[in-house]
Design a protein around this ligand. Structure first.
Ligand SMILES: [Zn+2]
Length: 136
């Protein structure tokens, strides 16, 4: 596991919302994405952050998308292509997760968010072992 330290300074913070001024994400944005997403955001993908690129969740750059931290997530190249040419869509949820939405008409494909890189989420709603668990 690689640890990242992400500090947010509300007074002297460095620019994480670049709008249309920069096409490529800056180093600060990439550090934040590694801390937030840890890897590719497509559900089921285990590609780590260092094998992923920066992905605009709402709108690609060529279609007017911005380079703002609250619209960016990590996606590995094959999964980024799913959005580019495969009919998939993505959006950023209120909690910052990137939600993947499969193309319509293909019910066997499921979307959602990727918990693979966030195993702690599996424990968030864990209320402990069942009452009849002899190991408890
Ligand atoms: Zn991926």
């Amino acid at each position: 596991m690689v640890h990242y330290l992400a500090l947010f300074d509300g007074v002297k913070g460095r620019a994480l919302w670049l709008g249309r001024t920069k096409r490529n994400a800056c180093a600060d944005q990439r550090i934040i994405l590694h801390a937030k997403d840890r890897g590719c955001t497509r559900p089921g993908c285990d590609a780590p952050g260092h094998h992923s690129g920066v992905h605009r969740a709402a709108q690609d750059w060529k279609n007017g998308g911005n380079t703002d931290i609250d619209d960016l997530g990590l996606a590995c190249p094959p999964d980024s292509n799913l959005v580019e040419t495969g009919g998939w869509n993505t959006r950023t949820l209120a909690n910052g997760d990137t939600q993947w939405i499969p193309p319509t008409g293909l019910p066997m494909l499921t979307g959602g968010v990727n918990d693979y890189h966030h195993p702690e989420r599996l424990l968030e709603n864990d209320s402990g072992p069942p009452a009849d668990d002899p190991a408890a």
